[in-house]
Design a protein around this ligand. Structure first.
Ligand SMILES: Cc1cc2nc3c(=O)[nH]c(=O)nc-3n(C[C@H](O)[C@H](O)[C@H](O)COP(=O)(O)OP(=O)(O)OC[C@H]3O[C@@H](n4cnc5c(N)ncnc54)[C@H](O)[C@@H]3O)c2cc1C
Length: 670
């Protein structure tokens, strides 16, 4: 093992009482607490980190009152505190009884190193690669060696899963200079929290100033947004800002970093006996990037649990529970605004800092306010961006889409007695839905591979696509029964794949679900379905499906507490009471195409409008091919309504064949 200032040789046979995988902020705070409570006396402790932690890499700040445990217990490490805040150069506000405290990361790491020397803790410089559980023993694997431990804490940096619909992953990126000014121009008692008087560069960004003395300060430019700030952008702002407010200066040190502002799922370790800490245990507040205080109080709680001999596994947070509740909801709205409407960030924060007392704002950020206080805060903020974000959130909430579909199904059921009106409304919606999303969702396959229309690959792509569609057409022409079986199988697969991703089914369940939906829609409208199928090649389906056939799925959906799935099953069951084409249209457009559209948008990461525009050439092409089918497809009998739908479905079967293959490729990549 490589040596550093406190080191060691690790015998694989040794079983440690405590193993820390990662020795950054969260692990250091926990080590401090455990040591302060004498829980590490005569214990075998192992620290594992690829870094020696001999370098100042972060500035940790947090707000607290004087008598809070975090202030009391970390007091020796707090190198500077401010109790006056300024948001603009002229304005100064007292924070009392709060203070804003600063801990230098190197002081924290040095403290741990000195404790390690005193107590003879072991250290490995290396990467933990995995964990294992065998015969009641949990192991850490590092440098290909397995080491057993009783309490294992994992604080390796988190890996976030890609954002799902209703989730946001952006960054708080920052570059700061520790400067020494030529003259004593700084007020060391006043720190600047968020000065938005800088160019916003299409994001939400501000300057943050921590003065350590009258001529030394950390001046940092921070950006909230999808694109992280780069050195050139930051340097330009910092130079102007410092020269403007503080005059000539020299740079002593640079701090740079990026904190995820995210409500996405973190890929956490699930091996029994491994406790997640820090950022990987959802301790970063998504809307602010602050984590230090959360990590400290978690360290305190873990220590108390160990003192009382309790079980630590409850400290492992999961995604679902972390992002529940009203504060997670507020965070989600703000994240959405910062990502999608960054120009609103500055006015929102300026109003917040101007109109709401800073102490109240900090209490709100600590999630300690009550509902009345929160309403009074929101009343001070610009409404429009929050209402927009709220509307978007409601629309993309899992139960809204099926609730709307349930409403439309009920309307069609009520219109059963007024067939002409039902047809008018139903087919108008069908046509609008097909133009808006039904056909376009299948007309962006050319973007799936690279997100761009690659002109070099285009002709081959188009030829391949047309070849597969034509192949399907030939099968329909010569072997309609085989074509129908194929169409039903790949449609089941395709419908199941989209819904299965939405409701987190495994591939087999997805296929079963897709087949159930198709069988249900066709089998509960057997006469109508067979009239159309006769027009597609003298074929017919042999089965009748009862209205209650989706009941097993309903029990399962209730068991899984999936409201959206339950509502879908209700409207699908009700749709057995309306004409086949309306029932099919509701599923194909309202459920399948919209769901696939959301998946496409997540994959392509472009706006709805741009996806729709990019689909136009293939979308128009599809209508042309449909026209071609109506002119040239040989009729089974005279041209009537069922013949018309028969040709329509042969066309759908042909163009959806290459689409199903392309979408399968996308889902596999995801
Ligand atoms: C520059 C910066 C400044 C910040 N300032 C503040 C602030 O002022 N206030 C606040 O509340 N929050 C702040 N944060 C956010 C948060 O408090 C920090 O990110 C904090 O360091 C998170 O603690 P952690 O223990 O989860 O991760 P870290 O402190 O990053 O520790 C993770 C450790 O894991 C180690 N590691 C990596 N891979 C492996 C592996 N395979 N095996 C073993 N070890 C591994 C790393 O070397 C590192 O030492 C800041 C973040 C950054 C980046």
């Amino acid at each position: 093992m490589e040596a550093n200032n406190f080191i060691v040789r690790v015998e694989p046979s040794v079983r440690y009482d405590y193993i820390f995988c990662g020795t950054g902020a969260s692990a250091s705070l926990l080590l401090l607490e455990l040591e302060r409570n004498n829980l590490l006396l005569h214990k075998r402790v192992l620290l594992i980190d690829p870094e020696n932690k001999n370098r100042k890499d972060k500035t940790f700040c947090f707000w607290s009152t004087e008598d809070e445990p975090i202030t009391q217990n970390l007091n020796p490490l707090i190198s500077k505190s401010w109790d006056t805040i300024a948001h603009t150069p002229l304005e100064q506000l007292s924070l009392s009884p709060l203070s804003y405290n600063h801990v230098d990361s190197i002081d924290l790491y040095h403290k741990i190193q000195s404790l390690a020397e005193i107590h003879h803790w072991d250290k490995i410089v290396g990467y933990v690669t995995e964990f294992a559980k065998e015969a009641e023993e949990t192991f850490v694997v590092v440098n290909s060696t397995r080491i057993a431990g009783q309490n294992i804490f994992d604080s390796r940096p988190p890996v976030h899963q890609p954002a799902q619909s209703n989730e946001v992953h952006i960054y708080q990126s920052f570059i700061g200079w520790i400067i020494e000014t030529e003259s004593a121009v700084l007020n060391p008692d006043v720190f600047k929290f968020m000065d938005f008087n800088i160019a916003q560069q299409g994001s939400t960004q501000f300057v943050y100033v921590l003065p350590f003395s009258s001529n030394k300060a950390l001046v940092e430019v921070t950006r909230f947004g999808s694109n992280q700030i780069n050195t050139t952008e930051a340097e330009e702002i910092l130079k102007d800002y410092i020269l403007n407010y503080y005059g000539n200066y020299k740079i002593l040190d640079v701090e740079r970093g990026s904190i995820p502002m995210s409500n996405t799922k973190i890929e956490s370790e699930t091996t029994e006996g491994v406790i997640n800490l820090g950022a990987r245990n959802y301790n970063i507040k998504p809307s602010t990037g602050y984590a230090f205080k959360n990590m400290y109080y978690q360290a305190l709680a873990i220590t108390e649990t160990l003192k009382s001999g309790g079980n630590l596994s409850a400290f492992n947070k999961d995604h679902h529970n972390t992002f529940k509740g009203r504060f997670a909801f507020y965070d989600a709205l703000l994240l959405d605004i910062l990502k999608n409407n960054p120009s609103y960030g500055k006015p929102i924060f300026i109003e917040l800092l101007k109109k709401v007392e800073t102490k109240t704002t900090l209490k709100f950020l600590d999630e300690q306010t009550n509902l009345i206080e929160e309403i009074s805060i929101f009343l001070q903020l610009p409404w429009k961006p929050f209402l927009q974000a709220l509307f978007k959130k409601i629309i993309s909430t899992s139960w809204v889409q099926p609730l709307i579909l349930l409403g439309i199904t009920l309307l069609f059921v009520l219109l059963n007695k007024f067939a002409a009106l039902q047809n008018l409304v139903g087919y108008a919606l069908f046509f609008i839905g097909m133009v808006a999303v039904g056909i376009p969702h299948g007309a962006v396959d050319h973007l799936l591979e690279t997100g761009n229309w690659d002109l070099k690959k285009a002709p081959i792509f188009v030829l391949k696509y047309l070849f597969l569609a034509a192949l399907m057409g030939l099968i329909w022409y010569f072997l309609p029964s085989l074509a129908l079986i194929g169409f039903l199988v790949y449609s089941s697969w395709h419908f199941g794949q989209a819904d299965g991703k939405k409701w987190r089914f495994n591939p087999l369940t997805s296929l079963l679900w897709g087949a159930s939906v198709l069988a249900f829609i066709l089998g509960t409208h057997l006469d109508e379905a067979n009239t159309i199928l006769v027009g597609m090649g003298n074929i017919s389906l042999p089965f009748n499906v009862p209205v209650w056939a989706l009941l097993p799925w309903m029990i399962w959906a209730l068991f899984r507490k999936q409201t959206g799935f339950v509502l879908t099953l209700i409207w699908l069951s009700l749709s057995s009471q309306i004409p086949l084409m309306l029932s099919f249209g509701l599923y194909f457009i309202g459920q399948h195409s919209l769901t696939s559209w959301k998946h496409l948008q997540l994959h392509l990461k472009i706006s709805n409008k741009i996806i729709w525009l990019q689909s136009l050439p293939f979308h128009l092409g599809a209508w042309l091919i449909l026209g071609f089918f109506y002119f040239f497809w040989p009729l089974q009998s005279e041209f009537n309504q069922s013949q018309q739908w028969g040709i329509f479905f042969i066309f759908i079967a042909c163009i959806s064949f290459p689409h199903v293959i392309a979408m399968h490729g996308m889902y596999r990549k995801q």
